[in-house]
Design a protein around this ligand. Structure first.
Ligand code: FES
Ligand code: FES
Length: 388
């Protein structure tokens, strides 16, 4: 147990909290804020979404203890919020709810869209909403409600700009930059995520994760190895190539992250620039189980550290659509992917090691997804509480 203190709906609260209690349970059980609904409790449905320091966060996969000093707003705390007032009216008018179970989370996400993406069109709204599930409405009313609020705000911005004699400009919005790293960018939680600020992705709506590794071989050797797509795939646990035709490949990759399992089937194409020692693997795939779609570019840049050591910087930019989309925003996923990149580097080193037998070289670092997930989780908690 520990004592936590934070602000919820502008009220300072403090009290004892078990380390493992998630924020959703803590808000509901300790503060009777039962408007925060719990559906899947796996971070999938979005019903439990609340604002933590102004950003939508899934309270079911956020430790209450991780919110020390944070400013939390639940659906009960929006009475003075102008955007939420507009959204409430619009949800009513467009019949954007039936049973209402998803609605607190939908409203939190909708508010984020309105503030962060003032120019969002219907496709963008649907993409951004893809992490919030509704079993009743079919989403038409929800999308229409958000569109109507955006349209009204754009019209109002145009009127204000014309009165000021200036070109129409979007309404100022409240400091949302990228839709991801909801926890990692908060000062009190930054220690639990990457120490470096995240760069936003080059494409709108995409996420970006950067990582890298060093291998004890010369630049040209590593460059040649990275052109061998079956060998590279052999370093990635869960990846299977079913068809290789020059720079094009087809195959699948199995992923397990906590409660989430997926198998993406797809195709990719590798483009390489010999002069700059830079390669980009562009691919897309679909998980038939969840019907989620993924598209991504994995860019790698080689740099010689010495005659016998090469650094490989990896820049992963991707987009996830469908039920798995909410995972693209999780700081845990970022840590998990960085771990995978580091493990991939170890497998590359082993594959290239001439002192090992063929069988030893082909032995991919066996990934235990459960152990890796727990390891990443533990590392975050450890950093959060200042352990070294
Ligand atoms: S209850 Fe948190 S995402 Fe479903
Ligand atoms: S209104 Fe019932 S789940 Fe969305």
């Amino acid at each position: 147990m520990q004592t936590i203190e934070f602000t919820v709906n502008r009220r300072r609260v403090s009290g004892a909290c078990a380390d493992r209690t998630h924020l959703g349970d803590y808000l509901r059980d300790t503060h009777r804020l039962t408007g925060t609904h719990l559906g899947c409790e796996h971070g999938v449905c979005g019903a439990c979404t609340v604002l933590v320091d102004g950003k939508p966060v899934r309270s079911c996969i956020t430790f209450a203890a991780a919110c020390q000093g944070a400013d939390i707003v639940t659906v009960e705390g929006y009475e003075d919020d102008a955007v939420m007032a507009d959204l409430r009216v619009a949800f009513n008018r467009h019949h954007a709810l039936q049973c209402g179970y998803c609605t607190p989370g939908m409203l939190a996400t909708a508010r984020d869209i309105v503030l962060r993406l003032p120019d969002a069109d219907e496709a963008t709204i649907r993409h951004e909403l893809s992490g919030n599930l509704c079993r009743c409405t079919g989403y038409m009313g929800i999308v229409a409600a958000i569109r109507s609020v955006l349209d009204a705000r754009r019209a109002a911005a145009g009127v204000i700009a014309r009165h000021a004699g200036a070109a129409a400009a979007p309404l100022p919005f409240a400091g949302f930059t990228v839709a991801d790293e909801a926890l990692g960018t908060q000062p009190h939680l930054a220690a639990a995520g990457s120490a470096e600020p995240e760069r936003s992705a080059d494409r709108k709506g995409w996420s970006r994760i950067e990582g890298g590794f060093t291998v004890p071989y010369a630049l040209d050797e590593v460059w040649a190895f990275m052109a061998d797509l079956p060998a590279v795939a052999g370093c990635l646990p869960g990846a299977v190539l079913t068809d290789v035709a020059g720079e094009k490949v087809k195959g699948h990759i199995a992923i397990k992250f906590g409660p989430m399992s997926a198998r993406f089937d797809g195709a990719a194409r590798l483009q390489r620039d010999d002069a700059s020692k830079r390669g980009v693997l562009k691919g897309a795939g679909q998980d038939s189980l969840s019907n989620s779609k993924a598209a991504g570019d994995i860019a790698y840049q080689l740099r010689a550290l010495s005659a016998g050591a090469t650094e490989v910087a990896v820049d992963l930019q991707y987009s996830l659509q469908g039920p798995l989309a909410q995972f693209s925003r999780s700081g845990l996923v970022r840590d998990f992917v960085r771990r995978m990149i580091a493990d991939f580097g170890k497998s590359v080193s082993r594959r290239m090691d001439p002192t090992l037998s063929e069988a030893e070289r082909n032995q991919v670092a066996r990934l235990n997804p459960v152990a890796m997930f727990l390891g990443v989780l533990w590392e975050r908690v450890r950093r959060l509480f200042g352990a070294r």
